[in-house]
Structure formats: C-alpha cells, structure tokens
Design a protein around this ligand. Structure first.
Ligand code: ADP
Ligand code: MG
Length: 394
C-alpha cells in the first residue's frame, strides 16, 4: 500500500500487467464522500449536501473486444469474469456487480459498450458509510465513457445522466436500494465546495463554498468500523416506512411538508414510528436549507446547532445511530469540535466533526481514547478537504 492514501497506488499498473499481460489504456478515479447534512432525504425528494473526499478508488482499464468484464480488486481476493449478456439472470460477480453493473446500465441507457479488463485499487474504506460503492461505480463509469467514446455523458448535464446510470447499476445489479446522493457527489463535486443536491424533480446541483482551511477549520472523518451494510434490510426498511407515510397522508412525497405542517399532519399517521420517521425527514430537509444559508454567509458558527439537531434526529426519530456513532459525536463535541454528526446511511459507518485546526490532534486522541474505554474497536480518524469529482488520472 502506498504511504499517501490520496495518491494513485504505485502497484496499480504492475497488477494490471501481471493479470492481463498488456498495458492498461489509462487510469481513472472517483472519490468517496461525506454528507455534511441531509440524511435519508434523497429518496424522499429532499435535499442533501455531500462533498467529495480525497480518499478515492482508482481503476486501471482497457477495452476488450468481447462482451465480458474481467476484474480484480486489490481489496478483495480473486479475479472475476462476468458476461454482460444475461447478467441479471446469471453470475453478477459479488462485489464486481458494482462495476459490471455500470456497463449493463450504460447499455440500458442506449450506449454502445463492450467488455473491459479492470484492476481496482481504492482508499475509500469499504462499507464505512463513505461510499466506496459509488466510488467504484463512478470510476468504472468515467473509464467506460472515455474508452468507448460515449457521447452526452460529460459536462454537468452529462455527468448527471451518468450518475443516473450508476444508481441503476447499484439498484438493479448490485441490489442495494440507495437513492442517488453518492453517485452525484462522486461525479459532480468540486474542490473546496459542497454540493447541494435537490431530488425534487430534475433540478441542477448548486455548488456551495466550503473552504474550511480559510477559516482555520478542518473536517475530521471518524470511521467507527462498526458493522455497516446497506443491503441487510435496514436501509430499505426506512425507505418503505417513508413510502408508507406518504401513502397514508396522500402526498406525492415528504418534500411537500415543511416543519410548521408537522403539528397538523403527524396525528394523522397510524403509528408513532411513522410519526418519528416523517419528523426526521421534514426537519432534516429544513436543516440542509439552513446549513447552506449559513455557509453562503460565511457563518460556520450556525453549524453547531444544526449538526446537533441532525444527529439527535437520526438517533431518536430515524433510529439509525449506534453506540459507536454516538460515542464519536459526543466525544468530539465535548472536546471542543464546532459541530459533529453521524454521516451516511447509518447503522455503523462514519461520523464527521468540524474542528479548529489547532484542536484536531486533541479531539482525535480523545475519540480514540473514548472508544478504547468503552471496549469498542479502534476507530480510523483522518482529516479531509473537499475534493474534485471522478476524472482520468493518466
Ligand atoms: P459504502 O459504499 O459505504 O462503502 P456499501 O455497502 O454501499 O458501503 O458498499 C461497499 C461494497 O462495495 C463492498 O462490500 C464491495 O462489494 C464494493 N466495493 C467498494 N469498493 C471496492 C473495492 N475497492 N474493491 C472491491 N469491492 C469494492
Ligand atoms: Mg455505498
């Protein structure tokens, strides 16, 4: 493993040559992400505010003349060969479904593709809520766009279409019912900016200034390493509860509600659980709007209360936090972090803290010590800046 987790792994080219006996045509990468605020809102036609992080997934790739993908990953043992034809009925390749699914979804969208030889090497921790799955999909997607000279998939509008293709790969081939935030972040993010995504209709993303360093602040990622899986049913279950609430209320989506509507609407729901779920989504979308307003007026101070309320809402109303996430967030806040909350789908994974640069070491050490005191696995802690989107590297 190369020492710097933010640069192209040195072994990528050699691994490709050893595996396939030829040179790769190029190297492409896509970033992981953290979501600053707005959780479980994408599939509710709401708002979220992710940013890309400098931990990326790199792919070395070359075209094949047949319709198969041969792929290996330096994170997972074993090479896979998967046929594009009959993919949904046949072998989807386990983890490789995220990659071959992109070729399949490109074809479904009317693009002409063939097979690929691919080597994957990533520094986005797998299954940690930092979106290694979308990083893998989007790295393969930009490679395919270049290698097959696909049209209409670059520029801001093209990248939005490509994000849709990657969502389809994850939903229909990998079988994870995720909502679109991750792929949009990986394909549309810009350095030193967060990305405001609006899932109500087809609205273009808005780039929001997020240059923490200019304010002597840093963003600390706290990967709890607690078990996290989006396809074990919990994520889908929350999604279904939101849909059930929408049906009971006779709405098109929860986006139609604002916080002042809750008092009138919540009593109409059939259970306390649905009331809590709706309250989370509606207040969370409102918090995204307030966060963006604060960032656009340079007001990082307002993030303290917004992140606190967001974390509490996910813990108490949406019930997707866990002991590890609460320990990370509570400790960071107690040690002077300006703001902290869990990020991503929940049930483990990662939390984030905005910390004054001179407090970074102190907060990191305190979080590590708190995990040790509670008998929890050692967390992985690292600061990040807002990075750029998927790209060709060489
Ligand atoms: P997250 O996206 O938060 O990391 P997911 O459960 O959505 O978590 O996706 C993780 C899955 O994506 C892994 O279990 C694996 O199947 C696949 N994956 C992501 N990155 C890689 C990689 N570098 N090599 C192999 N598989 C990967
Ligand atoms: Mg994922």
């Amino acid at each position: 493993m190369s020492a710097d987790p933010t640069t192209i792994p040195a072994e990528l080219g050699d691994t490709f040559r050893d595996a396939f006996g030829r040179e790769p045509s190029g190297v492409w990468s896509a970033p992981g992400r953290v979501n600053l605020i707005g959780e479980h809102t994408d599939y509710n036609r709401g708002l979220c505010l992710p940013m890309a992080i400098p931990r990326r997934t790199w792919v070395a790739a070359a075209r094949r003349e047949d319709r198969r993908m041969r792929i290996l990953s330096r994170q997972v043992p074993g090479e896979r060969t998967i046929a594009l034809d009959g993919l949904l009925e046949g072998n989807r390749g386990g983890w490789a479904a995220y990659a071959v699914g992109v070729l399949w979804a490109l074809e479904q969208a009317g693009h002409e593709v063939r097979g690929l030889d691919v080597v994957v090497d990533g520094r986005v921790p797998l299954g940690s809520g930092l979106s290694s799955s979308a990083a893998l999909e989007c790295a393969v997607a930009v490679a395919a766009v270049d290698l097959f000279a696909l049209e209409g998939l670059d520029g801001d509008d093209g990248r939005r279409r490509l994000a849709g293709v990657c969502v389809r790969a994850e939903n229909d081939v990998a079988g994870a019912p995720t909502g679109g935030m991750d792929q949009s972040a990986a394909l549309l993010a810009r350095a030193d900016e967060a990305l405001l995504l609006d899932f109500d209709g087809d609205r273009p993303p808005v780039h929001v200034p997020f240059d923490l360093a200019a304010h002597d602040l840093a963003l600390l990622v706290m990967n709890t390493r607690a078990e996290h899986s989006l396809d074990d049913g919990q994520y889908g279950n929350r999604r279904e509860e939101c849909l059930a609430a929408v049906a009971e209320l006779g709405l098109g989506s929860l986006r139609e509600l604002r916080p002042p509507d809750l008092e009138r609407v919540l009593p109409r729901l059939s259970s306390e659980v649905l009331r809590r779920r709706v309250r989370h989504v509606v207040t969370e979308v409102d918090r995204v709007t307030r966060t963006v307003a604060a960032l656009e007026s340079d007001g990082f101070a307002a993030l303290t209360a917004l992140f606190d309320a967001s974390h509490a809402s996910m813990r108490d109303d949406f019930e997707i936090s866990c002991a590890e996430l609460d320990t990370a967030v509570d400790t960071a806040r107690a040690r002077g972090a300006l703001a902290a909350r869990m990020t991503g789908g929940g049930f483990g994974g990662s939390a984030i803290a905005i910390v004054r640069t001179d407090l970074l070491d102190e907060v990191s050490e305190a979080v590590a010590a708190a995990f040790s005191d509670c008998g929890l696995r050692e967390p992985e802690l690292f600061p990040v800046t807002a990075d750029g989107s998927a790209r060709q590297e060489r």
